[in-house]
Every structure is written in C-alpha cells, then in structure tokens.
Design a protein around this ligand. Structure first.
Ligand code: UDP
Ligand code: MG
Length: 323
C-alpha cells in the first residue's frame, strides 16, 4: 500500500516516554493515506529499561524495528545509524520526547508528495525551552552562519522529512564526527519549510546540559568552517603592525626626551597579551588537530549489539538477528 516511509527515533533513557510516544505517533501514521510505515528505534545505550520496552513494541507491532547500540554513542550517532538502516522512500527523524509534534508528519508527507525533497519543520515559538537555551541557540546560528558557507536554517532541528535521494547523499558523507544539522544543510536539495510551536518534553529530562551544548556548538563551528583557524593569521599581522608602530614611537621618544626609567608596565602588558593570544590560537589549532586525529582513526560512528524486528530486510522478530 503506497510508499514506505521511515521514522527514525533516537532513544536514550526514555523509558518514561516510550508508551506515550507510541500512543501519540501511531494514530497519526494511520491517518496518512497511501503510506506504509517503519519506525526505526535506536536505543543509544540506555540504562533504564528503554530497550525492553522497545523490543516489546517491536514484538507487538511489526512496523517497529529496534537497533541496540553497544553503548551510548550520542544522538548524532543514533540518528546516523537509524538513517543508515531506514529503507523508506522518505525518512523522518523525530525525537522520542514528543517535542517534535507528530501532527506535522501528515503535512510533511503532503509537501513531499507535491515534490519537495526536504521538508523542514521550523519552531516559531521556543518559549518552552528556557531563556538561556533560546538566547545561546540564537547566537550560535548567527555566528555559525556568518563564519560558514553552509547556512544552517535557524530554529530548525533534526525533525524533518528527507527524500531517499537526500538520504543517499547523506550516506555518502564519510566523516565520523557527525554534526547532523550541518550535514543536513550541506547536502542542499529542494526544500520546503513548515512552521510549528515547540512543545515541552512529555516526560523525563533533557539529555543536553549546558556544557554538552557548548561542545555541540564547537563541533558545529569546527566541522563547517575554517574561519576560526584563519582569523589568527590576520590577528597576527595586525598586532605585528601595531608592535612596529609602537617601537618606532618608542625610538622617537627616546631620541627626543632621552632614556627615562625603562617601563616595566608596558613590557609586562605586551608579554601577557601575546602570551594569551598564543594560548588561544594554540587551543584553536588543537581543536582542529583533534578532529583530524579522530577522523584519521576511521573508527565507525556507532556499534550495534543487536537488531530486533525486520531491519535490513531480514523478516525476523524478537532479536534473533544480529547485524
Ligand atoms: N538522545 C540520544 N542520545 C543521547 C542524548 C539524547 O539518543 O546521548 C535522544 C533522546 O532520547 C531524545 C533526543 O535525542 O529522543 C533529544 O534529546 P533531548 O530531548 O534530551 O534533547 P533536547 O530536546 O533537550 O534538545
Ligand atoms: Mg527534547
């Protein structure tokens, strides 16, 4: 019956939300005409019984497939795994906590059937997210889009619909450290945007603390822009020019007024300034070199312990199929 569309859902310690997620999502999927569904659930190394609940779902309903990671690899890896495993003509990544409204799925599918290759869902109102998170997110997008040629649309999360052609393009990107928002934007394709209001989490807590978000932002900058590296060349040229001017001034002053008490202060300030500039730039270099190091290791983005349900075409149930 019609097209197969895949939902890709990352789960990390979401035992409290799974039943609610299934109850909310299934009626929505049933209401979309001419469509068959698979729901690729990725258990990202949960420690709270999430896996058992997912497997139970897969046993009760063959549309659910479950990938079990060997440990927690992070949301980006979970999304990558789900997208790799998805077999649908279109793929929709969606959070497990119902912050991405399932009701939008029908509209996304409709837009896709009208010819869109990517259907973005844009949050028009993030008041459920807290002032600090909103502000820092806005700064991140502004700065990122100034620095990088890859424009990441603001207030658009991972919740979107992608045609098979886009998914296959994504799968061609070989990098191991996957900043999905950036990769999604990088591949391009014909895009349509839908607006929605972001809801509060259905249950449980956000898995992203302030520091995790900071690292995430850094990952975004350094994955898609080399400006932070190049900027130091110009800073260096500028401060060198300034130093030469200052030296000339010192010489003239000495010639005109004679040699007064040698200035401790100016020396100290100069040493401190250049010291800190060097530390910052070394730190930045370290960021990129670290990334090069990680990439050259060619480690896989994720490891799967077991798959449940009919993933990858194997029509098996209840976890007798490794992958
Ligand atoms: N998630 C994951 N691995 C992680 C952290 C989060 O798979 O290491 C999943 C989580 O289960 C949820 C989604 O990513 O389905 C979004 O997480 P969360 O709601 O905590 O993020 P927020 O909405 O606060 O950005
Ligand atoms: Mg959330």
């Amino acid at each position: 019956m019609g097209d197969l569309i895949s939902l890709v859902v990352p789960f990390y310690n979401e035992a409290a939300t799974i039943q609610r997620f299934a109850d909310a999502i299934l009626p929505v999927l049933d209401a979309v005409p001419d469509t068959a569904w698979e729901i690729v659930c990725v258990d990202d190394g949960s420690t709270d019984g999430t896996l058992l609940k997912l497997v139970a779902l897969a046993q009760a309903d063959t549309r659910f497939r479950v990938l079990e990671f060997s440990r927690n690899f992070g949301k980006e890896a979970a999304l990558t795994a789900g997208i790799d495993a998805a077999r649908g003509a279109a793929v929709i990544p969606i959070d497990a906590d119902l912050q991405d409204p399932p009701a939008l799925i029908a509209d996304m599918v409709a837009a896709w059937r009208k010819g869109a290759e990517v259907v973005l869902a844009r949050r028009t109102d993030r008041t459920t997210d807290g002032m600090l998170k909103r502000k820092t997110a806005a700064w991140f997008y502004q700065l990122h889009n100034k620095l990088s040629k890859t424009h990441i649309p603001e207030n658009v999360g991972d919740f979107r619909l992608m045609d098979r052609i886009v998914v296959d393009a994504l799968k061609q990107l070989p990098e191991r450290q996957r900043f999905m928002k950036g990769l999604f934007a990088w591949v391009g394709f014909r895009t349509v945007t839908l607006d929605y209001t972001r809801a509060a989490r259905a249950a449980g807590e956000s898995k992203f603390s302030g520091f995790a978000l900071w690292n995430f932002a850094l990952e975004g900058f350094t994955s898609f822009s080399t400006v932070p590296l190049k900027i130091w060349t110009y800073m260096g040229i500028l401060s060198a020019a300034f130093t030469i001017l200052y030296a000339v001034y010192m010489i003239i002053r000495t010639v005109v007024f004679g040699n007064e008490v040698p200035g401790y202060a100016s020396l100290f300030v100069a040493v401190l300034f250049f010291g800190s500039a060097q530390l910052i730039s070394i730190g930045l270099l370290g960021e990129y070199i670290g990334r090069i190091y990680m990439e050259t290791k060619q480690r896989p983005t994720y490891l799967i312990r077991k798959t449940y349900g009919a993933l990858n075409g194997a029509q098996r149930l209840s976890g007798d199929g490794g992958s």
